[in-house]
Design a protein around this ligand. Structure first.
Ligand code: SAM
Ligand code: ZN
Length: 277
């Protein structure tokens, strides 16, 4: 007998579109297909790939996604997860988690929003496997955030983007009038101790914040900006995972990681809430 289709995914069917021809998608067995004959099979793990053939421009590899999962499982970023759930507007509708990784923050949000349905979008297969089982009301799909989203106009109530690439015009298109965007990004001093200790770990650009507002302001009104800052005691393993879950890992020699002894790092991020104009 074939595996059941996750209920979380069927609840997104009415707003999903074929990424090739933008017609609605129907479900038969474990395949989504459009009237023009394009079809997309569900992976065994329960997510659906709506990639259009062109390789995704970016995405976490297996090692990065696993490191992220094991780091987040320690609860180290629970204060951030709580801050996101606090800042998010109360919605009973659809929540899209862009570059949602393992689905950690979306799952925390869905615990608070008892009626809402979530969808993690990512290009990392390993991340999507985690995401597909992150929450009973969370589905998972692959598409590239830099392409047109396979979603109907105005079909989403909240877009979440945590440490992930952004596509503001698509966010605005798929959001319903009055819908919200919640963005979380590192502040300049985020993990400063780790960046100092690890040669080659990519630094943060202080002008990023300004650039974010320049691209968001024509499409969104900023309703709230919150700094989330706390010291975090990290074991050597947690420090290694923290490095391994960033693209910096590629530039860091293994012996540099060995030098990361137990210590404390500063978690410093900015979370903001924006309303579609
Ligand atoms: C820094 S991680 C953040 C993951 C998650 N939001 C979290 O904070 O735990 C960035 C995520 O964006 C995904 N990603 C990178 N490029 C992408 C793209 N072009 N389209 C969709 N997802 C992408 C990566 O695979 C990764 O899971
Ligand atoms: Zn089609």
């Amino acid at each position: 007998m074939s595996r059941p289709v996750p209920a979380a995914l069927t609840s997104w069917l009415e707003v999903l579109e074929c990424p090739h021809c933008h017609h609605p998608l129907g479900l038969s067995d474990r395949t989504l297909s459009c009237p023009s004959g394009h079809s997309f099979d569900l992976a065994r793990a329960g997510y659906v790939s709506l990639l259009t053939g062109a390789p995704a421009t970016s995405g976490d590899d297996d090692t990065m996604a696993r490191a992220r999962d094991s780091f987040l499982a320690t609860g180290a970023y629970a204060p951030l997860r709580e801050a996101i759930a606090e800042l998010a507007p109360d919605t009973t509708g659809r929540v899209l988690d862009i570059g949602g990784g393992t689905g950690y923050y979306l799952a925390g949000l869905l615990d608070e929003l008892k009626q809402a349905r979530g969808l993690v979008v990512d290009t990392s297969v390993r991340a999507l496997r985690f995401a597909a089982r992150a929450h009973e009301r969370a589905a998972a799909a692959a598409w590239d955030v830099f392409t047109r989203f396979p979603l109907a106009d105005g079909s989403v109530d909240l877009v979440l983007d945590v440490f992930a690439p952004r596509n503001p015009s698509e966010f605005a298109r798929v959001l319903a009038p009055g819908g919200h965007l919640l963005v979380v990004r590192p502040a300049v001093d985020h993990l400063a101790e780790l960046r100092a200790a690890v040669p080659g770990m990519v630094g943060l650009d202080p002008r990023k914040e300004e650039r974010l507002h320049t691209v968001l302001d024509p499409l969104f009104t900023t309703e709230e900006v919150r700094e989330v800052r706390f010291p975090l005691a990290v074991s050597a393993q947690a420090a290694r995972d923290l490095v391994a879950m960033t693209p910096s890992a590629r530039h860091v020699a293994p012996d540099a990681l060995e030098e990361l002894v137990d210590g404390s790092v500063t978690v410093s991020v900015v979370a903001s809430l924006h309303r579609r104009r």
